[in-house]
Write a protein that binds this ligand. Structure first.
Ligand code: MG
Length: 402
């Protein structure tokens, strides 16, 4: 018994939304991103891609390659609106679906073939999405998430493909290894040095050799080469806020210490925000005094998931809120008003350096656990925190959409 997993991916999503808003942009090379000299390309149209423009490229470089490109700054609210619209269309019809990013979905249609035909159902859904949202979208159906995702990537835009059960190995064989998800520059380079360029070449390498060369990811590479993937479609739930709070064993007025703790807390929850591919537009700080009186203050900000921006806002709120004479027993911080988005490409005004910094930090956090890496200024306080503050025992409070 095989599974039927559909992957849906909106084509050049930001670009398509910009054209929906302003049809005069149709057919032009279009770049969405930060317009400053140190801005980054968040997305680009297929017309701009022909000139070599790519996502995450510095804007000045993109404009050297394609000087005639039209540049628009991002509109997260519009992207969020259309993402939500498409999500609702799918939610109304799909038995079980996962929203894996702002513009990508997986639907588990296993068992449907007996009654209706999963591919026919998928084609109809695709037409409804195009009609109701006005946005182009690609889809692929196969026995697992891996093959479906690779297939939409391979055939988009406007893809409508089915890789029938048993044919996934043939489909994968000629593909370049960097087409496999999560095979980054490093792995690609290492494999090239071994003479491996295609998935077919990769299959010739034994599991032992792959494990020796790539550690734990050796097994994952071995599986990918064979188009194997048993990961489930995880139902979509929309988390409305992310927060954390710390109660001190000894009430305190020490502002420097409180701010270090606040910074560590912000780093922890912004990491979770980025892990969920979300951006926040609202920061709330809460203080509870020793007499249990609790006060809080919030501020709306431009969409971000960057520590340095959110820490600054949290500090200001803390200073405005705090009564310097009173002992504090608890502080808390909450992020809310989310939209979906990868921080790597959505920080329209951020610089390349910062994007690389966050990418690297998150990679290490992911690999070694959240507590292992913190800013130098919070290292010392984190040590003390473990002893006297229950920050790391305190759980993150999440409000889920019911
Ligand atoms: Mg897409």
């Amino acid at each position: 018994m095989y599974r039927s997993i559909l992957h849906l991916d909106l084509d050049a999503f930001f670009v398509s939304v910009e054209r929906r808003k302003n049809p005069s942009l149709n057919g032009l090379p279009l770049i969405v991103g930060g317009s400053g000299r140190r801005g980054v390309v968040a997305a680009c149209s297929y017309e701009a891609r022909k000139f070599g423009v790519r996502s995450a490229m510095p804007m000045y470089q993109a404009l050297q390659l394609c000087p005639q490109a039209k540049v628009v700054s991002g509109d997260m609210e519009a992207y969020s609106h259309y993402s939500h619209l498409v999500t609702e269309i799918i939610a109304d019809r799909a038995p079980l679906f996962e929203k894996s990013s702002i513009d990508e979905f997986y639907i588990d249609l296993s068992g449907m073939d007996k009654f209706f035909g999963a591919f026919r159902w998928a084609k109809e859904l695709r037409q409804v999405i195009i009609r109701e949202s006005g946005l182009p979208i690609s889809m692929a159906l196969s026995v697992n998430k891996l093959v479906s995702k690779v297939a939409t990537g391979e055939y988009k835009p406007n893809a409508e493909v089915e890789i029938p059960p048993g044919k996934e190995g043939d489909f994968f064989a000629p593909l370049a290894i960097e087409k496999l998800p999560m095979v980054g520059q490093h792995t690609t380079q290492a494999l090239h040095e071994l003479g491996v360029r295609t998935v077919l070449h990769l299959r010739a390498i034994s599991l032992e050799e792959l494990t020796r060369a790539f550690g734990k990811s050796g097994q994952s590479l071995w599986n990918k080469a064979r188009a194997l993937d048993d990961s489930p479609v995880v139902p979509y739930r929309d988390q409305k806020s992310i927060s954390t709070e710390s109660t001190f064993s000894h009430d305190t007025v020490d502002a420097a210490r409180l701010k270090s703790i606040l910074m560590a807390m912000v780093e922890k929850i912004t990491f979770q925000l980025r892990e969920q591919h979300k951006l926040t537009a609202c920061v709330t700080v809460k203080i509870r005094y020793s007499d249990f009186e609790t006060v809080s203050k919030q501020r709306h900000i431009d969409f971000t998931s960057a520590d340095h921006e959110i820490v600054g806002v949290a500090f200001e709120l803390f200073e405005q809120l705090r009564d310097r004479k009173r002992l504090i027993r608890l502080i808390g911080v909450r992020l809310s008003s989310f939209v979906h988005g990868h921080h790597q490409i959505h920080l329209f005004n951020d610089t390349e350096d910062n994007l690389n910094l966050y990418g690297a930090l998150d990679y290490i956090k992911h690999k070694h656990g959240v507590d292992k890496i913190v800013r130098a200024s919070t290292v010392d306080v984190n040590k003390r925190l473990r002893e006297e503050v229950n920050l790391f025992n305190g759980k993150v409070i999440s409000k889920k959409k019911s």
